[in-house]
Write a protein that binds this ligand. Sequence first.
Ligand code: NAI
Ligand code: MG
Length: 399
Amino acid sequence: MAKKHTIVKLPGDGIGRVVLEEAIRVLEAAGFDADYVEGDIGWEFWKTEGNPLPQRTIDLIKKHKTALFGAITSKPKDAALEELNPELQNKGYVYSSPIVGLRQHFNLDICQRPCKTYKGNPLNFIRRDGKGGTEEPEIDAVIFRQNTEGLYGGVEWSDPPKQIHDALMTHPKFQKNFGEVAKEEISISTRIFTQKATERILRAAFEHAKKFGYKSVTVCEKPNVIRETSGMMFAMAKEIQKKDYPNIELWNTNIDAQMMWLTKTPENYGVIVSGNMFGDIVSDGYAGLIGGLGFACSAQINPDNGIGVFEPTHGSAPKYAQYDVSITNPVAMIASACLMLDHVKEYDMAERIRNAVAQVIAEGEVRTYDMMKLKGSPDVTKQGAASTQQMADAIIRKL
Ligand code: NAI
Ligand code: MG
């Protein structure tokens, strides 16, 4: 009999392949009723086919809509060309990131990155309490990052074409500040926000706050300086809040100040919403407070076509990929699988897995090397660190 869900699994490269299998083991132990079909993605397919995101993989995701993604390896342009199959050399193949490719192809414009403290995690952020002691704030923030536009939109030039330069010269500030500089000596990266995408990320943030009972939504940008784009985002947030979410408070912070608040009062913030780059920054900042790459999970979603790709924020950690016994922390991947469960409305199952992870961390008997502050090496298991599999086993026992 066909299972209730079909999930596209995208192992990718390096430790992505390992942590993904562990997450699937946890999903199965929790009773998630799914078939998994594997999609090809990553370095292997760049080397052999000149395309790290083959069309067949895009077709699979389009058909099944939900994908669990491990991690991929990517390398700079020259290194990529060197490793390309000799038969494909000099045929115009150019490497580009399959993750960015996925985002653009399916317009996965809503990126959600929750950062919640696991009690008892030895990597939790600690601060001074002002009375000679320390305290450990309990953090529960969810960052909504616009995933397709802004500074990462890819519209940029060094030595811009003449029409671009001429157009910019019509702006008084460009003329005054840059008018004397030779065109060849100018590089430009644009920061484009559209009303449509801005409204979508804002609404996703407010909706999440409403659904999960957060009292505030914070727009984290810089509207006093970046007046047009950040300014537009905050102005739209005010309208949306007033009209549709009057019971949720709307806060406004600047990205620079927000990074300072992370070390002072990170527990005060609930849902945070930002453009592409500031969202990247603030979510990495928050991830650091709850234990870093071993714990940071993400969802990338397009609510219109229903497509969701769920992945840890860490990469393929190639230096650990060759170990006979894997040592990396599977929690980031397992937490990403929980976001996937939320997406397919298996809320209870997601909660059960989250509780199991929380219990294992709170008890503290099974800890991966990162949680013990060890330097990664094959020896860490001899020093008491759990392997990737042992960590997943411990979580499964709690289910
Ligand atoms: P990385 O995230 O792969 O690893 C950096 C370091 O973080 C590792 O050496 C390890 O010490 C630690 N780490 C990462 N994941 C961990 C885990 N689950 N448990 C414990 N410790 C963990 O980043 P790096 O080294 O900058 O990049 C390696 C490759 O991954 C590159 O080819 C890069 O392009 C790619 N990458 C891919 C991403 C993705 O697939 N979304 C994101 C970031 C990098
Ligand atoms: Mg990042």
